[in-house]
Design a protein around this ligand. Structure first.
Ligand code: FES
Length: 265
């Protein structure tokens, strides 16, 4: 058998022997993430129309200062309400969680930085620096954002519970009910849970440090559950991204009177 040296040839930017439409997926990712970033930035700076009845937009929860019906610390000083949107205190945490997510990193490196544009497609750089030097080494804080995300899941679940208690205008009493908005917020929490609980760091958290997991049944069970979710992490990531945006749209349109909430029960 004869050994032959075949020199590796560096591909030019965009050069590939692939014949499939490899550019479609990065393009869709670029469009999807751009829509979300533009909308969420706009919504975060509005500072109003983020509640309706018992509903609160997930972009504004937990609400520290603001709408007295929903805020934890009351309306806050007047200057704060005029100059500051409460969403700005909150959104850095879920944004950091998504920005450092293993799936999104792979997706936006390709679609925004063309690094590389897709597998086996030539990239514009000649040096590979990876994630072991600044600034990308900071992506390793992902596990800490996971802890915050788990806290947010608890808070958003409590918002769903509160979204079941409506103030009746005729009697002035609060009664149990379910509106279309309750379902929108509940589905949002379900999808966010599927995303966060299937996180790679979650797998490590529930069992990654145990050598023989089968000897710790509770960890083994949790590890198998999170691995199941992890297998579809990309799907959960996109569904939850759009559900959180739609939840804000729903509450905002109810608040501005463009949509009427449908009271199911
Ligand atoms: Fe995607 Fe952690 S890896 S949320």
């Amino acid at each position: 058998m004869v050994d032959r040296d075949i020199p590796l040839q560096r591909q030019h930017f965009g050069q590939t022997v692939r014949r499939d439409a490899w550019w479609v997926q990065p393009l869709l990712v670029f469009l999807g993430l751009s829509v979300f970033v533009v909308y969420s930035t706009w919504a975060a700076f509005q500072g109003k129309d983020y509640t309706w009845g018992p509903y609160i937009s997930p972009f504004y929860s937990p609400l520290l200062f603001g709408d007295p019906l929903h805020s934890w610390l009351g309306p806050g000083p007047d200057w704060l309400q005029v100059w500051f949107s409460p969403a700005l205190l909150i959104l850095w945490a879920p944004a950091g969680f998504r920005l450092t997510c293993y799936y999104y990193r792979g997706a936006y490196y390709k679609s925004f930085w063309a690094d590389p544009p897709s597998c086996t497609v030539g990239e514009p750089r000649t040096r590979y620096r990876g994630e072991h030097s600044l600034p990308l080494i900071l992506q390793n804080v992902h596990r800490y954002f996971l802890y915050l995300a788990l806290l947010f899941l608890v808070i958003l679940s409590f918002d769903v519970w509160k979204a079941m208690w409506f103030l009746e205008p005729e009697t002035g009493r609060v009664s149990f009910g379910i509106g279309a908005g309750t379902l929108v917020l509940a589905i949002n929490v379900f999808l966010l849970s599927g995303y966060a609980l299937g996180c790679h760091s979650m797998r490590h958290l529930v069992g990654g440090n145990i050598d023989e997991m089968s000897k710790v049944p509770s960890c083994f069970f949790a590890y198998r559950c999170t691995s199941r979710l992890n297998a579809r992490h990309m799907l959960w990531a996109w569904l939850s991204l759009f559900s959180v945006m739609f939840s804000d749209v729903y509450v905002r349109l109810c608040s501005t009177g463009i949509w009427s909430d449908w009271r199911i029960i």
